[in-house]
Design a protein around this ligand. Structure first.
Ligand code: NAI
Length: 294
């Protein structure tokens, strides 16, 4: 029995193949990060443009991280664009990182689950939707686990591993083990609005936006935060994460937040000013000022 227990306690092996659905800001960067850690990664998107952008960004990242051209080529060989989504059938882990929309995510799971290998892990990078909402009506709700990476992926060690009331403990173990294999720090969190980090982060971001709306310049707000010791100011962080993502998280947490969702955030998102990815947010992107000067 002792032998069996220790065999059961053994951490799951590193998955050889990760399939990522959604090649945007997060999916693309997670894919490149995983390729740099030796995983074979297939990267799927509904459109070819985000895939091309993700691969270009991935190459730049790998050149910076690995330096040696041979290692860069090997890592790029492991990062495979997969428009048709064939990788779903071969991967040990399928990570969904598409837009923050319940119906769209559920449609992806309906299509992916029957094609996945038995026992393969299905994970979502959702930043604000509870697992209970995502798995409503799903045949195997225990298979979905949250694997919430933070932006920018290469710099943020934390990954929230989110479990709901029905999540299979084995899925949680596999997700934690994957995070460790990717040199990240997994923190198990129960599924609830804002999970853990956004419970702390969103009030801070929204207060920064409120100050901006009261007439304090974005640069002033951010300089105070960086001089205080934050690696990046809250408005630059909101732009970097994507204002649409911030709005979506804030709306889902509205019952918990004391600051009402700021008007300038809604207005910018409605106008397509989504921050860094659209070139316009609380700043014009790319930022031209040297960081230290702000
Ligand atoms: P994004 O808008 O940059 O990228 C989403 C990608 O998904 C797009 O390339 C789009 O073409 C693709 N897509 C949409 N529907 C699809 C489908 N049915 N099949 C295949 N591809 C599809 O979004 P982003 O920022 O990368 O966010 C992705 C997920 O990660 C969201 O759930 C978001 O809440 C979460 N997240 C975002 C963070 C951020 O800072 N942006 C941080 C942590 C989590």
């Amino acid at each position: 029995r002792e032998r069996l227990r220790s065999a059961g306690d053994h951490p799951p092996p590193r998955p050889g193949h990760l399939h990522v659905i959604g090649a945007g800001v997060m999916g693309g960067d997670i894919a490149a990060w995983a390729a740099s850690h030796g995983l074979r990664v297939s990267l799927q998107d509904q459109a070819p443009e985000p895939l091309a952008r993700a691969l270009a960004r991935g190459r730049e990242f790998l050149e910076r991280k690995l330096r040696d051209p041979l290692r860069v080529r090997e890592a790029m060989d492991r990062l495979i664009p997969d428009v048709a989504g064939d990788g779903v059938r071969h991967a040990e882990v399928v990570l969904e990182a598409i837009v923050e929309n319940v119906e769209a995510k559920q449609a992806v799971y309906r299509q992916a689950l029957p094609q996945m290998k038995p026992g393969a892990l299905l994970a979502t990078n959702t930043s604000s939707i509870t697992l209970e909402t995502l798995t409503a009506g799903m045949d195997a709700p225990g298979r979905l686990v949250g694997l919430h990476f933070f932006n920018p992926v290469a710099k943020m060690p934390l990954v929230e591993v989110i479990h709901g009331s029905e999540t299979d403990p084995e899925a949680v173990r596999t997700a934690q083990s994957l995070a460790r294999h990717l040199d990240k720090v997994p923190v198990p969190v129960r599924s609830n609005p804002g999970f853990l980090v956004n419970r702390i982060l969103m009030p801070y971001l929204l207060e920064a936006v409120a100050l901006f709306e009261e007439g304090v310049r974005a640069e002033t707000v951010d300089r105070a935060a960086t001089a205080f010791g934050m690696p990046m100011g809250p408005l630059e962080l909101a732009d970097t994460a994507g204002l649409d993502i911030c709005l979506s998280v804030a709306e889902k947490m509205s019952g918990l937040l004391r600051t009402p969702v700021p008007e300038s955030l809604r207005r910018r998102v409605a106008a397509g000013q989504l921050g860094r990815k659209s070139g316009e947010g609380y700043y014009h992107w790319p930022l031209t000022r040297p960081r230290g000067a702000r």
